[in-house]
Design a protein around this ligand. Structure first.
Ligand SMILES: [Zn+2]
Ligand SMILES: [Zn+2]
Length: 346
């Protein structure tokens, strides 16, 4: 099969490799769509502590089941599925408490196991057993199903941020995930959404597509003052910082309402992970700062449902469709922020 093999840092090669063998507990899928995510770019440049080379990356995957291990139950050949990439063990302290995203033995497709930037992909035993393989509702496409993965991460983020009916929600960053967060917040019945974004182009796209109630361009006005002004001086109930910016994280501490919640949803660059944190703001404001980065299999299933119901639109986020041979170009496009979501069709 054709596969994009990451040989070492920044050394990506398109190769012919054997179709992987299947154990009695695994499923083999023909990959139909695998979308590029910020994590793929990070791994391409820096590798990952859980990743051993050579590795096939790609974790936002959907496809068709073409082979099923003898002991696997509940799936059929020809089944169209989306695969949740974070695989909980099902046995540890957190799994038993229902917090699979924090599984102590968590493994992931694209890191510990080969992922979706290839013609075929094996779904590992623990993934099959713990609900990572979800049937795609008939009215959505493979590319939409692949985008259930980022939506699942947003669902996990908004769950921990306790986004509720009637909240005023600020989303910082109008990338694909910012746009997903805005729609999801509306699906949850928030009263008002405010979007903050530096790039004019992204802001315009999000204004049309995700329709925030208010948009703020930090080059034209002070976002903290404006959020305060829009909320009668209180600040926003919930803030999701959906961009890799320490400055945005610092600003959010000054625009959250008392007893509100901030989610540091975007990770910071590895060489700049520290921010200035005025702890008295929390002391007097009694607000919470949380962070989230992944999701549990259940969130992926829910994401597929929300997409199929049209409550969160993802198709419009796809800016480029590329064959596997052009993966490297896709990674550059995503990194340059010229593209939104880039789909690889192996
Ligand atoms: Zn992702
Ligand atoms: Zn576990």
């Amino acid at each position: 099969m054709k596969a994009a093999v990451l040989k070492s840092i920044e050394k990506l090669e398109i190769e012919d490799v054997p179709v992987p063998a299947l154990s009695s507990q695994e499923i083999l899928i023909k990959v139909k769509a695998c979308t590029i995510c910020g994590t793929d770019i990070r791994v391409y440049h820096h590798g990952h502590k859980h990743m051993r080379f050579p590795r096939i990356s790609g974790h936002e995957v959907s496809g068709e089941i073409i082979k099923i291990g003898k002991r696997v139950k509940g799936y059929k050949i020809g089944g169209k599925v989306a695969v949740a990439p974070a695989i909980p063990c099902g046995r540890c302290h957190y799994c038993r408490r229902g917090i699979q995203s924090m599984c102590i033995n968590l493994t992931a497709i694209g890191y510990h196991y080969d992922g979706g930037f290839a013609e075929f992909m094996v779904v590992p035993e623990d993934a099959v057993r713990n609900g990572c393989v979800n049937l795609i509702p008939p009215n959505i496409s493979f590319e939409e199903a692949a985008l259930a993965e980022p939506l699942a991460c947003a669902i996990n983020g908004q769950e921990l941020s306790r986004i509720n009916l009637g909240d005023t929600v600020v989303v910082v960053g109008a990338g694909p995930l910012g746009c997903i967060h805005l729609q999801l917040a509306k699906a949850k019945g928030v009263a008002r959404t405010i979007l903050i974004e530096l790039s004019k182009e992204r802001l315009e796209f999000a204004r049309e597509f995700a329709v925030p109630d208010i948009v703020i361009e930090p080059s034209l006005e002070d976002p903290i003052q404006r959020v305060k002004k829009e909320t009668g001086g209180r600040g926003a109930d919930k803030i999701i910082v959906s961009c890799p910016s320490g400055k945005a994280q610092e600003d959010s501490l000054s625009m959250v309402a008392p007893r509100g919640t901030i989610n540091f949803f975007g990770g910071l660059p590895l060489d700049k992970p520290f921010i200035k944190f005025n702890s008295n703001l929390i002391h007097y404001g009694e607000f919470c700062v949380v962070g989230t980065h992944g999701s549990a299999p259940y969130h992926n299933k829910l994401a597929l449902t929300l997409i199929s119901q049209g409550r969160v639109k993802v198709k419009e986020l796809i800016s480029h469709r590329l064959p596997l041979e052009r993966l490297e170009e896709g990674l550059q496009l995503a990194e340059s922020r010229k593209g939104m979501k880039i789909v690889i069709n192996p």
